[in-house]
Design a protein around this ligand. Sequence first.
Ligand code: ASP
Length: 599
Amino acid sequence: MKRTHHCNALRPEHAGQTVTLTGWVHSRRDLGGVLFIDLRDREGRMQTVFDPADLSKEVFDTATKLHAESVIEVTGKVRQRPAGTNNDKIATGQVEVLVKELLVLNHADPLPFQIDDPEAAAKVNEETRLKYRFLDLRRPEMTHNLRLRSKVAIATRSFMDEQGFLEVETPILFKSTPEGAREFLVPNHRDPGTFYALPQSPQQFKQILMVSGVERYYQLARCFRDEDQRADRQLEFTQIDVEMSFIDREDIYALIEGLLKRVWKTALNIDIPTPFKRVSFQEALNRWGIDKPDTRFGMELVDFTEDFRASTFKVFSGAIASGGVVKAMNAKGMAGATQGQIETMTEYAKSFGAKGLAYIKVENGEWKSPIVKFFSEAEKTALKTKLAIEEGDLILFAADQWLNACEILGKIRLYCADVLKTQGKLTIDPKQFNFLWVIEFPLLGFDREQNRWYSSHHPFTAPVAEDIPLLKTDPKKVRGQHYDIVVNGVELGGGSIRIHQPDVQKTIFEELLQIPPDETKLRFGYMLEAFRYGAPPHGGIALGFDRLCAILCGTTSIRDVIAFPKTAKGTCMMTDSPSQVTARQLRDLYIEVKVKKPE
Ligand code: ASP
Protein backbone atom coordinates (compact mmCIF):
# COMPACT_ATOMS: atom_id res chain seq x y z
CA MET A 1 0.00 0.00 0.00
CA LYS A 2 1.11 3.54 -0.68
CA ARG A 3 0.44 6.29 1.82
CA THR A 4 -2.82 8.06 1.01
CA HIS A 5 -2.48 11.06 3.33
CA HIS A 6 0.08 12.87 5.41
CA CYS A 7 -0.35 12.78 9.16
CA ASN A 8 -1.65 16.38 9.25
CA ALA A 9 -4.29 15.92 6.58
CA LEU A 10 -7.31 14.21 8.07
CA ARG A 11 -10.39 16.12 9.26
CA PRO A 12 -13.94 15.20 10.29
CA GLU A 13 -15.00 15.24 6.63
CA HIS A 14 -12.72 12.24 6.01
CA ALA A 15 -14.71 10.11 8.49
CA GLY A 16 -15.56 6.75 7.01
CA GLN A 17 -12.67 6.72 4.52
CA THR A 18 -10.04 4.00 4.58
CA VAL A 19 -6.59 5.55 4.62
CA THR A 20 -2.99 4.44 4.74
CA LEU A 21 -0.51 6.46 6.76
CA THR A 22 3.22 6.05 7.25
CA GLY A 23 5.56 7.57 9.76
CA TRP A 24 7.23 7.29 13.13
CA VAL A 25 5.72 6.10 16.39
CA HIS A 26 5.66 9.42 18.19
CA SER A 27 4.06 8.28 21.42
CA ARG A 28 2.02 5.38 22.74
CA ARG A 29 -0.65 5.15 25.37
CA ASP A 30 -2.37 2.07 26.67
CA LEU A 31 -5.87 2.89 27.92
CA GLY A 32 -7.88 0.00 29.28
CA GLY A 33 -6.53 -2.50 26.80
CA VAL A 34 -6.92 -0.18 23.82
CA LEU A 35 -3.67 1.11 22.40
CA PHE A 36 -3.28 4.65 21.06
CA ILE A 37 -0.30 5.41 18.87
CA ASP A 38 0.38 8.95 17.72
CA LEU A 39 1.90 8.61 14.31
CA ARG A 40 4.13 11.41 13.08
CA ASP A 41 5.51 12.31 9.69
CA ARG A 42 7.12 15.48 8.40
CA GLU A 43 3.80 17.23 8.13
CA GLY A 44 2.18 16.49 11.46
CA ARG A 45 0.62 14.01 13.83
CA MET A 46 -2.33 11.64 13.74
CA GLN A 47 -3.83 9.54 16.48
CA THR A 48 -4.26 5.87 15.54
CA VAL A 49 -6.23 3.39 17.61
CA PHE A 50 -5.43 -0.29 18.02
CA ASP A 51 -8.54 -1.95 19.49
CA PRO A 52 -8.06 -5.69 20.19
CA ALA A 53 -11.78 -6.16 19.49
CA ASP A 54 -11.18 -5.11 15.86
CA LEU A 55 -7.76 -6.62 15.21
CA SER A 56 -6.02 -9.94 14.91
CA LYS A 57 -4.11 -10.86 18.07
CA GLU A 58 -0.89 -10.89 16.04
CA VAL A 59 -1.28 -7.29 14.87
CA PHE A 60 -2.26 -6.11 18.33
CA ASP A 61 0.71 -7.87 19.94
CA THR A 62 3.09 -6.40 17.39
CA ALA A 63 1.71 -2.96 18.11
CA THR A 64 2.14 -3.32 21.87
CA LYS A 65 5.82 -4.10 21.38
CA LEU A 66 6.64 -1.12 19.17
CA HIS A 67 9.33 1.17 20.49
CA ALA A 68 9.04 4.90 20.10
CA GLU A 69 10.35 6.12 16.72
CA SER A 70 9.83 2.79 14.96
CA VAL A 71 8.69 3.31 11.38
CA ILE A 72 5.30 1.85 10.54
CA GLU A 73 2.57 1.85 7.97
CA VAL A 74 -1.05 1.58 9.09
CA THR A 75 -4.28 1.17 7.19
CA GLY A 76 -7.63 1.81 8.78
CA LYS A 77 -10.81 3.83 8.88
CA VAL A 78 -11.03 7.50 9.84
CA ARG A 79 -13.60 8.32 12.52
CA GLN A 80 -14.54 11.27 14.70
CA ARG A 81 -13.06 11.09 18.14
CA PRO A 82 -15.57 10.33 20.88
CA ALA A 83 -17.08 13.45 22.43
CA GLY A 84 -14.80 15.15 24.92
CA THR A 85 -11.58 13.56 23.65
CA ASN A 86 -10.59 16.11 20.98
CA ASN A 87 -7.05 17.45 21.06
CA ASP A 88 -6.98 21.14 20.12
CA LYS A 89 -3.22 21.21 20.02
CA ILE A 90 -2.94 19.33 16.74
CA ALA A 91 -4.62 19.96 13.41
CA THR A 92 -6.03 16.42 13.27
CA GLY A 93 -7.27 16.56 16.85
CA GLN A 94 -10.91 15.87 16.01
CA VAL A 95 -10.36 12.53 14.28
CA GLU A 96 -8.52 9.25 14.69
CA VAL A 97 -7.77 6.22 12.55
CA LEU A 98 -9.06 2.86 13.70
CA VAL A 99 -6.29 0.54 12.54
CA LYS A 100 -6.96 -2.67 10.65
CA GLU A 101 -3.52 -3.44 9.26
CA LEU A 102 -0.05 -2.70 10.53
CA LEU A 103 3.23 -3.07 8.74
CA VAL A 104 6.42 -2.50 10.67
CA LEU A 105 8.84 -0.94 8.21
CA ASN A 106 11.63 -0.71 10.74
CA HIS A 107 12.09 -1.13 14.45
CA ALA A 108 13.83 1.57 16.47
CA ASP A 109 16.19 0.84 19.31
CA PRO A 110 15.52 2.51 22.65
CA LEU A 111 16.29 6.21 22.15
CA PRO A 112 19.21 8.11 23.66
CA PHE A 113 16.78 10.90 24.52
CA GLN A 114 13.08 11.41 24.42
CA ILE A 115 11.87 13.44 21.50
CA ASP A 116 8.10 13.43 21.87
CA ASP A 117 8.07 15.97 24.66
CA PRO A 118 9.41 19.47 23.86
CA GLU A 119 10.15 20.20 27.51
CA ALA A 120 12.16 17.02 27.96
CA ALA A 121 13.97 17.67 24.68
CA ALA A 122 14.87 21.19 25.78
CA LYS A 123 16.67 19.73 28.78
CA VAL A 124 18.90 17.44 26.72
CA ASN A 125 22.36 18.94 26.47
CA GLU A 126 23.23 20.31 23.07
CA GLU A 127 26.18 17.98 22.45
CA THR A 128 23.87 14.98 22.77
CA ARG A 129 21.38 16.59 20.45
CA LEU A 130 24.16 17.20 17.93
CA LYS A 131 25.54 13.66 18.24
CA TYR A 132 22.10 12.29 17.47
CA ARG A 133 21.21 15.08 15.08
CA PHE A 134 19.15 12.65 12.94
CA LEU A 135 16.79 12.33 15.93
CA ASP A 136 16.99 15.95 16.93
CA LEU A 137 15.91 17.05 13.46
CA ARG A 138 12.76 14.94 13.81
CA ARG A 139 11.51 17.30 16.48
CA PRO A 140 8.75 19.45 15.00
CA GLU A 141 10.54 22.68 16.00
CA MET A 142 13.60 21.63 14.03
CA THR A 143 11.58 20.44 11.05
CA HIS A 144 9.86 23.83 11.12
CA ASN A 145 13.23 25.59 11.04
CA LEU A 146 14.47 23.53 8.08
CA ARG A 147 11.27 24.18 6.23
CA LEU A 148 11.39 27.90 6.88
CA ARG A 149 15.00 28.04 5.77
CA SER A 150 14.11 26.33 2.52
CA LYS A 151 11.23 28.76 1.96
CA VAL A 152 13.45 31.76 2.60
CA ALA A 153 16.03 30.45 0.13
CA ILE A 154 13.36 30.07 -2.51
CA ALA A 155 11.86 33.51 -1.80
CA THR A 156 15.35 34.97 -2.11
CA ARG A 157 16.03 33.22 -5.39
CA SER A 158 12.74 34.21 -6.96
CA PHE A 159 13.07 37.82 -5.82
CA MET A 160 16.61 38.11 -7.12
CA ASP A 161 15.62 36.45 -10.38
CA GLU A 162 12.76 38.95 -10.82
CA GLN A 163 15.26 41.75 -10.28
CA GLY A 164 17.43 40.46 -13.11
CA PHE A 165 20.18 38.81 -11.07
CA LEU A 166 22.13 35.78 -12.25
CA GLU A 167 22.98 33.10 -9.74
CA VAL A 168 26.61 32.24 -10.33
CA GLU A 169 28.60 29.68 -8.38
CA THR A 170 32.13 30.64 -7.50
CA PRO A 171 34.91 28.23 -6.54
CA ILE A 172 35.18 26.61 -3.15
CA LEU A 173 38.81 25.77 -3.88
CA PHE A 174 40.25 29.26 -3.85
CA LYS A 175 43.59 30.88 -3.28
CA SER A 176 45.07 31.84 0.02
CA THR A 177 44.79 35.59 0.62
CA PRO A 178 45.96 35.93 4.20
CA GLU A 179 44.77 38.85 6.34
CA GLY A 180 41.48 38.74 8.14
CA ALA A 181 40.36 35.43 9.54
CA ARG A 182 42.52 32.32 9.50
CA GLU A 183 41.91 30.23 6.40
CA PHE A 184 41.23 26.56 5.83
CA LEU A 185 43.95 25.21 3.58
CA VAL A 186 43.63 22.28 1.19
CA PRO A 187 46.87 20.58 0.11
CA ASN A 188 47.46 20.14 -3.59
CA HIS A 189 49.20 16.87 -4.45
CA ARG A 190 49.80 17.97 -8.04
CA ASP A 191 52.32 20.51 -6.89
CA PRO A 192 53.52 19.39 -3.49
CA GLY A 193 53.77 22.22 -0.99
CA THR A 194 51.07 24.34 -2.60
CA PHE A 195 47.59 24.81 -1.19
CA TYR A 196 44.15 25.97 -2.07
CA ALA A 197 42.23 27.95 0.53
CA LEU A 198 38.52 27.79 1.16
CA PRO A 199 36.95 31.21 0.49
CA GLN A 200 36.08 33.48 3.40
CA SER A 201 33.58 35.03 1.00
CA PRO A 202 33.28 35.18 -2.80
CA GLN A 203 34.30 38.85 -2.62
CA GLN A 204 36.99 38.81 -5.28
CA PHE A 205 35.13 36.54 -7.67
CA LYS A 206 31.99 38.62 -7.48
CA GLN A 207 33.93 41.77 -8.29
CA ILE A 208 35.61 39.98 -11.19
CA LEU A 209 32.15 38.94 -12.41
CA MET A 210 31.32 42.64 -12.63
CA VAL A 211 34.39 43.16 -14.79
CA SER A 212 33.08 40.23 -16.84
CA GLY A 213 29.90 42.15 -17.53
CA VAL A 214 27.50 40.03 -15.45
CA GLU A 215 26.09 43.29 -13.99
CA ARG A 216 23.86 41.59 -11.42
CA TYR A 217 25.17 38.58 -9.51
CA TYR A 218 23.93 36.75 -6.46
CA GLN A 219 24.62 33.45 -4.80
CA LEU A 220 23.67 31.62 -1.64
CA ALA A 221 27.35 31.20 -0.95
CA ARG A 222 29.07 29.00 1.57
CA CYS A 223 31.89 30.82 3.34
CA PHE A 224 34.62 29.45 5.56
CA ARG A 225 36.39 31.27 8.37
CA ASP A 226 38.68 29.38 10.69
CA GLU A 227 38.06 31.69 13.61
CA ASP A 228 38.01 30.64 17.20
CA GLN A 229 34.34 30.26 17.55
CA ARG A 230 33.09 33.11 19.61
CA ALA A 231 29.49 33.10 20.69
CA ASP A 232 27.24 32.19 17.86
CA ARG A 233 29.61 31.62 14.94
CA GLN A 234 30.17 28.65 12.69
CA LEU A 235 33.33 27.72 10.80
CA GLU A 236 31.25 27.47 7.66
CA PHE A 237 28.18 29.55 7.07
CA THR A 238 25.97 30.77 4.26
CA GLN A 239 25.61 34.26 2.86
CA ILE A 240 23.22 35.83 0.42
CA ASP A 241 26.00 37.34 -1.61
CA VAL A 242 25.19 40.16 -4.03
CA GLU A 243 27.08 42.40 -6.45
CA MET A 244 25.77 44.98 -8.96
CA SER A 245 27.27 47.28 -11.57
CA PHE A 246 26.45 50.89 -12.47
CA ILE A 247 24.75 51.61 -9.17
CA ASP A 248 25.16 53.68 -6.05
CA ARG A 249 24.31 53.06 -2.40
CA GLU A 250 20.66 53.93 -2.91
CA ASP A 251 20.25 51.04 -5.33
CA ILE A 252 21.60 48.57 -2.79
CA TYR A 253 19.35 49.95 -0.04
CA ALA A 254 16.28 49.66 -2.26
CA LEU A 255 17.18 46.15 -3.42
CA ILE A 256 17.77 44.78 0.06
CA GLU A 257 14.69 46.50 1.48
CA GLY A 258 12.67 44.82 -1.27
CA LEU A 259 14.27 41.46 -0.60
CA LEU A 260 13.70 41.61 3.15
CA LYS A 261 10.14 42.78 2.63
CA ARG A 262 9.53 39.72 0.46
CA VAL A 263 11.26 37.40 2.90
CA TRP A 264 9.34 38.67 5.94
CA LYS A 265 6.06 38.42 4.06
CA THR A 266 6.82 34.89 2.87
CA ALA A 267 8.17 33.57 6.14
CA LEU A 268 6.09 35.39 8.75
CA ASN A 269 3.32 37.10 6.80
CA ILE A 270 4.54 40.40 8.22
CA ASP A 271 4.64 43.61 6.16
CA ILE A 272 7.76 45.42 7.16
CA PRO A 273 7.70 49.14 6.44
CA THR A 274 10.30 50.46 4.03
CA PRO A 275 12.48 52.44 3.48
CA PHE A 276 14.51 51.64 6.57
CA LYS A 277 15.88 54.38 8.80
CA ARG A 278 19.49 55.33 8.26
CA VAL A 279 21.93 56.40 10.90
CA SER A 280 25.58 57.23 10.57
CA PHE A 281 28.17 55.25 12.49
CA GLN A 282 28.76 58.44 14.50
CA GLU A 283 25.11 58.78 15.44
CA ALA A 284 24.73 55.08 16.26
CA LEU A 285 27.63 55.28 18.70
CA ASN A 286 26.45 58.56 20.14
CA ARG A 287 22.92 57.42 20.82
CA TRP A 288 23.20 53.69 21.47
CA GLY A 289 26.92 53.14 22.04
CA ILE A 290 27.19 50.44 19.38
CA ASP A 291 27.29 50.19 15.60
CA LYS A 292 24.42 47.67 15.56
CA PRO A 293 21.86 49.32 17.81
CA ASP A 294 18.77 47.66 19.15
CA THR A 295 16.28 50.50 18.86
CA ARG A 296 13.29 48.61 20.25
CA PHE A 297 13.80 50.29 23.60
CA GLY A 298 15.01 53.69 24.77
CA MET A 299 17.66 54.40 27.40
CA GLU A 300 19.66 56.34 24.84
CA LEU A 301 22.99 57.84 25.74
CA VAL A 302 23.12 61.60 26.33
CA ASP A 303 26.14 63.84 25.98
CA PHE A 304 27.13 66.07 28.92
CA THR A 305 30.54 67.20 27.75
CA GLU A 306 29.64 70.89 27.62
CA ASP A 307 27.78 70.73 30.95
CA PHE A 308 30.82 69.36 32.78
CA ARG A 309 33.67 71.08 30.90
CA ALA A 310 34.33 73.42 33.83
CA SER A 311 33.13 71.10 36.55
CA THR A 312 34.85 70.95 39.94
CA PHE A 313 34.41 67.20 39.66
CA LYS A 314 37.84 66.48 38.22
CA VAL A 315 37.08 62.96 37.01
CA PHE A 316 34.71 64.51 34.47
CA SER A 317 36.38 67.82 33.66
CA GLY A 318 39.77 66.06 33.53
CA ALA A 319 38.54 63.52 30.97
CA ILE A 320 37.15 66.37 28.89
CA ALA A 321 40.38 68.36 29.16
CA SER A 322 42.27 65.43 27.69
CA GLY A 323 40.03 65.34 24.66
CA GLY A 324 37.38 63.03 26.01
CA VAL A 325 33.64 63.32 26.60
CA VAL A 326 31.14 62.78 29.40
CA LYS A 327 28.12 60.70 28.54
CA ALA A 328 25.32 59.32 30.67
CA MET A 329 22.28 57.15 30.39
CA ASN A 330 19.16 56.67 32.45
CA ALA A 331 18.44 53.03 33.28
CA LYS A 332 14.75 53.58 33.93
CA GLY A 333 13.50 51.93 37.07
CA MET A 334 16.79 50.30 37.96
CA ALA A 335 17.63 52.18 41.16
CA GLY A 336 17.17 48.88 42.96
CA ALA A 337 20.13 47.32 41.08
CA THR A 338 21.93 44.80 43.27
CA GLN A 339 25.58 45.08 44.23
CA GLY A 340 26.26 42.17 41.86
CA GLN A 341 24.61 43.98 38.96
CA ILE A 342 26.56 47.15 39.66
CA GLU A 343 29.75 45.08 39.76
CA THR A 344 28.96 43.48 36.41
CA MET A 345 28.47 46.93 34.89
CA THR A 346 31.67 48.19 36.50
CA GLU A 347 33.53 45.24 34.96
CA TYR A 348 32.25 46.28 31.52
CA ALA A 349 33.61 49.77 32.12
CA LYS A 350 36.94 48.39 33.32
CA SER A 351 37.24 46.09 30.31
CA PHE A 352 37.45 49.30 28.24
CA GLY A 353 40.21 50.63 30.46
CA ALA A 354 38.00 52.85 32.66
CA LYS A 355 38.93 53.08 36.33
CA GLY A 356 35.42 52.53 37.55
CA LEU A 357 31.80 53.36 37.00
CA ALA A 358 30.08 56.48 38.31
CA TYR A 359 26.37 56.16 38.99
CA ILE A 360 23.45 57.74 40.84
CA LYS A 361 20.57 55.81 42.36
CA VAL A 362 17.39 57.87 42.60
CA GLU A 363 15.62 56.49 45.67
CA ASN A 364 13.18 58.00 48.19
CA GLY A 365 13.47 61.37 46.50
CA GLU A 366 17.21 61.40 46.97
CA TRP A 367 20.15 61.12 44.57
CA LYS A 368 22.28 58.47 46.24
CA SER A 369 25.83 58.65 45.00
CA PRO A 370 29.23 59.61 46.37
CA ILE A 371 29.81 61.98 43.45
CA VAL A 372 26.67 64.13 43.63
CA LYS A 373 28.19 66.38 46.26
CA PHE A 374 30.70 67.59 43.67
CA PHE A 375 28.00 68.66 41.21
CA SER A 376 26.86 72.28 40.89
CA GLU A 377 23.16 73.14 40.76
CA ALA A 378 23.46 73.85 37.04
CA GLU A 379 25.04 70.44 36.46
CA LYS A 380 22.30 68.74 38.41
CA THR A 381 19.62 70.59 36.48
CA ALA A 382 21.24 69.61 33.20
CA LEU A 383 21.20 65.96 34.26
CA LYS A 384 17.65 66.12 35.50
CA THR A 385 16.27 67.68 32.34
CA LYS A 386 18.27 65.94 29.67
CA LEU A 387 17.85 62.50 31.25
CA ALA A 388 14.25 63.06 32.47
CA ILE A 389 15.28 61.72 35.86
CA GLU A 390 12.51 60.30 38.04
CA GLU A 391 12.16 58.35 41.24
CA GLY A 392 13.49 54.79 40.82
CA ASP A 393 16.01 55.60 38.07
CA LEU A 394 19.64 54.63 37.88
CA ILE A 395 21.98 57.06 36.12
CA LEU A 396 25.24 55.71 34.74
CA PHE A 397 28.19 57.76 33.50
CA ALA A 398 31.19 57.32 31.28
CA ALA A 399 33.96 59.91 31.09
CA ASP A 400 36.50 58.81 28.54
CA GLN A 401 37.64 59.19 24.94
CA TRP A 402 34.55 59.39 22.72
CA LEU A 403 34.55 55.84 21.32
CA ASN A 404 35.31 54.25 24.67
CA ALA A 405 32.68 56.27 26.52
CA CYS A 406 30.07 55.34 23.94
CA GLU A 407 31.00 51.67 23.92
CA ILE A 408 31.03 51.37 27.71
CA LEU A 409 27.53 52.78 28.04
CA GLY A 410 26.43 50.84 24.95
CA LYS A 411 27.29 47.58 26.68
CA ILE A 412 25.72 48.68 29.93
CA ARG A 413 22.56 49.71 28.09
CA LEU A 414 22.15 46.21 26.66
CA TYR A 415 22.87 44.67 30.02
CA CYS A 416 20.26 46.87 31.74
CA ALA A 417 17.71 45.94 29.09
CA ASP A 418 18.33 42.25 29.83
CA VAL A 419 17.92 42.82 33.55
CA LEU A 420 14.73 44.81 33.01
CA LYS A 421 13.40 42.10 30.69
CA THR A 422 13.90 39.38 33.28
CA GLN A 423 12.23 41.60 35.87
CA GLY A 424 9.26 42.06 33.56
CA LYS A 425 9.83 45.84 33.50
CA LEU A 426 10.67 45.85 29.82
CA THR A 427 8.66 43.87 27.32
CA ILE A 428 9.53 43.63 23.68
CA ASP A 429 7.05 42.38 21.13
CA PRO A 430 8.65 39.35 19.42
CA LYS A 431 7.02 40.49 16.18
CA GLN A 432 8.69 43.90 16.24
CA PHE A 433 11.55 44.22 13.77
CA ASN A 434 13.49 47.48 13.80
CA PHE A 435 15.56 47.62 10.64
CA LEU A 436 18.27 50.17 10.27
CA TRP A 437 21.01 51.03 7.82
CA VAL A 438 24.19 52.05 9.57
CA ILE A 439 26.27 54.12 7.15
CA GLU A 440 29.37 56.30 6.91
CA PHE A 441 31.73 54.11 8.81
CA PRO A 442 35.31 55.27 8.92
CA LEU A 443 37.13 53.71 5.97
CA LEU A 444 40.19 52.92 8.04
CA GLY A 445 41.12 52.08 11.58
CA PHE A 446 44.56 52.42 13.08
CA ASP A 447 46.39 49.46 14.56
CA ARG A 448 48.64 50.90 17.27
CA GLU A 449 50.58 47.67 17.77
CA GLN A 450 51.50 47.32 14.12
CA ASN A 451 51.56 51.07 13.63
CA ARG A 452 49.54 50.97 10.43
CA TRP A 453 46.07 51.48 9.02
CA TYR A 454 43.67 48.65 8.42
CA SER A 455 40.42 48.55 6.45
CA SER A 456 37.36 48.76 8.67
CA HIS A 457 35.39 46.68 6.17
CA HIS A 458 37.70 45.31 3.49
CA PRO A 459 40.30 46.88 1.24
CA PHE A 460 37.95 47.04 -1.76
CA THR A 461 35.56 49.53 -0.15
CA ALA A 462 35.47 52.92 -1.86
CA PRO A 463 35.91 56.11 0.13
CA VAL A 464 33.06 58.65 0.10
CA ALA A 465 33.94 60.71 -2.98
CA GLU A 466 34.30 64.06 -1.19
CA ASP A 467 36.68 62.49 1.36
CA ILE A 468 39.18 61.15 -1.22
CA PRO A 469 41.57 64.16 -0.79
CA LEU A 470 41.76 63.31 2.93
CA LEU A 471 43.30 59.91 2.11
CA LYS A 472 46.68 61.62 1.88
CA THR A 473 46.20 64.21 4.64
CA ASP A 474 43.91 62.82 7.33
CA PRO A 475 43.01 59.15 6.66
CA LYS A 476 41.16 58.86 9.96
CA LYS A 477 38.50 61.25 8.73
CA VAL A 478 37.82 59.39 5.48
CA ARG A 479 34.38 57.81 5.45
CA GLY A 480 33.84 54.60 3.53
CA GLN A 481 30.91 53.91 1.23
CA HIS A 482 30.14 51.04 3.51
CA TYR A 483 26.74 50.10 4.92
CA ASP A 484 25.51 47.59 7.44
CA ILE A 485 21.98 46.35 7.72
CA VAL A 486 20.94 45.90 11.33
CA VAL A 487 17.77 44.50 12.86
CA ASN A 488 16.98 44.47 16.58
CA GLY A 489 20.64 44.81 17.53
CA VAL A 490 21.85 42.10 15.18
CA GLU A 491 24.11 42.83 12.23
CA LEU A 492 22.39 41.07 9.40
CA GLY A 493 24.89 41.99 6.76
CA GLY A 494 27.07 44.58 5.21
CA GLY A 495 28.65 45.68 2.01
CA SER A 496 30.02 48.62 0.14
CA ILE A 497 30.50 50.47 -3.08
CA ARG A 498 33.86 49.24 -4.34
CA ILE A 499 36.89 50.92 -5.70
CA HIS A 500 36.90 50.29 -9.44
CA GLN A 501 39.88 52.42 -10.41
CA PRO A 502 43.09 50.35 -10.30
CA ASP A 503 45.20 53.34 -9.22
CA VAL A 504 42.99 54.17 -6.19
CA GLN A 505 42.99 50.49 -5.25
CA LYS A 506 46.76 50.37 -5.52
CA THR A 507 47.12 53.45 -3.30
CA ILE A 508 44.95 51.82 -0.66
CA PHE A 509 46.91 48.58 -0.77
CA GLU A 510 50.37 50.02 -0.87
CA GLU A 511 50.31 53.48 0.72
CA LEU A 512 47.67 53.07 3.40
CA LEU A 513 47.60 49.38 4.20
CA GLN A 514 51.32 49.22 3.54
CA ILE A 515 51.19 45.93 1.72
CA PRO A 516 54.52 45.64 -0.13
CA PRO A 517 54.09 45.90 -3.94
CA ASP A 518 55.31 42.36 -4.60
CA GLU A 519 52.83 41.02 -2.08
CA THR A 520 50.04 43.12 -3.58
CA LYS A 521 50.92 41.62 -6.92
CA LEU A 522 50.95 38.09 -5.54
CA ARG A 523 47.69 38.40 -3.72
CA PHE A 524 45.60 40.80 -5.75
CA GLY A 525 47.54 41.07 -9.02
CA TYR A 526 44.81 39.40 -11.05
CA MET A 527 42.24 41.80 -9.65
CA LEU A 528 44.28 44.89 -10.35
CA GLU A 529 44.92 43.57 -13.81
CA ALA A 530 41.26 42.81 -14.43
CA PHE A 531 40.41 46.35 -13.35
CA ARG A 532 42.68 47.70 -16.10
CA TYR A 533 40.50 46.17 -18.83
CA GLY A 534 37.27 48.04 -18.24
CA ALA A 535 35.90 47.67 -14.74
CA PRO A 536 32.42 49.14 -14.31
CA PRO A 537 31.62 51.03 -11.11
CA HIS A 538 30.07 48.45 -8.81
CA GLY A 539 29.08 47.58 -5.28
CA GLY A 540 27.45 44.84 -3.30
CA ILE A 541 26.47 43.36 -0.02
CA ALA A 542 26.27 40.05 1.80
CA LEU A 543 23.59 39.05 4.27
CA GLY A 544 24.17 36.29 6.81
CA PHE A 545 21.68 33.68 5.71
CA ASP A 546 21.91 31.58 8.88
CA ARG A 547 21.41 34.62 11.06
CA LEU A 548 18.49 35.75 8.91
CA CYS A 549 16.82 32.36 9.33
CA ALA A 550 17.50 32.36 13.08
CA ILE A 551 15.75 35.71 13.44
CA LEU A 552 12.79 34.50 11.41
CA CYS A 553 12.60 31.30 13.47
CA GLY A 554 12.76 33.31 16.70
CA THR A 555 15.83 31.49 17.95
CA THR A 556 18.99 33.07 19.27
CA SER A 557 21.30 30.35 17.97
CA ILE A 558 22.20 29.85 14.33
CA ARG A 559 22.86 26.20 15.18
CA ASP A 560 19.08 25.79 15.32
CA VAL A 561 18.74 26.67 11.65
CA ILE A 562 21.71 24.71 10.30
CA ALA A 563 21.02 21.04 9.67
CA PHE A 564 24.44 19.81 10.73
CA PRO A 565 26.26 22.52 12.66
CA LYS A 566 29.52 22.22 14.51
CA THR A 567 30.08 22.83 18.19
CA ALA A 568 31.90 25.82 19.60
CA LYS A 569 35.08 23.74 19.34
CA GLY A 570 34.50 23.17 15.65
CA THR A 571 33.56 19.51 16.01
CA CYS A 572 30.81 17.71 14.18
CA MET A 573 29.53 15.51 17.00
CA MET A 574 27.65 13.20 14.66
CA THR A 575 30.45 12.27 12.26
CA ASP A 576 33.19 12.94 14.78
CA SER A 577 35.10 15.25 12.48
CA PRO A 578 37.71 16.58 12.19
CA SER A 579 39.54 13.28 12.42
CA GLN A 580 42.93 11.79 11.73
CA VAL A 581 43.78 10.52 8.27
CA THR A 582 45.87 7.55 7.24
CA ALA A 583 49.61 7.62 6.67
CA ARG A 584 48.94 6.69 3.09
CA GLN A 585 46.66 9.65 2.47
CA LEU A 586 49.32 11.94 3.85
CA ARG A 587 52.03 10.32 1.76
CA ASP A 588 49.93 10.84 -1.37
CA LEU A 589 49.74 14.52 -0.48
CA TYR A 590 53.45 14.73 0.27
CA ILE A 591 52.61 15.80 3.76
CA GLU A 592 54.39 14.82 6.89
CA VAL A 593 52.72 15.60 10.18
CA LYS A 594 54.75 16.50 13.17
CA VAL A 595 52.24 17.49 15.77
CA LYS A 596 53.14 18.05 19.33
CA LYS A 597 49.75 17.81 20.93
CA PRO A 598 49.14 20.19 23.77
CA GLU A 599 49.07 18.29 27.08
N1 ASP B 1 32.30 40.13 1.29
C1 ASP B 1 31.75 40.92 2.35
C2 ASP B 1 31.60 40.07 3.60
O1 ASP B 1 31.61 38.85 3.52
C3 ASP B 1 30.44 41.50 2.03
C4 ASP B 1 30.51 42.48 0.91
O2 ASP B 1 31.26 43.46 0.97
O3 ASP B 1 29.76 42.30 -0.08
O4 ASP B 1 31.43 40.60 4.68
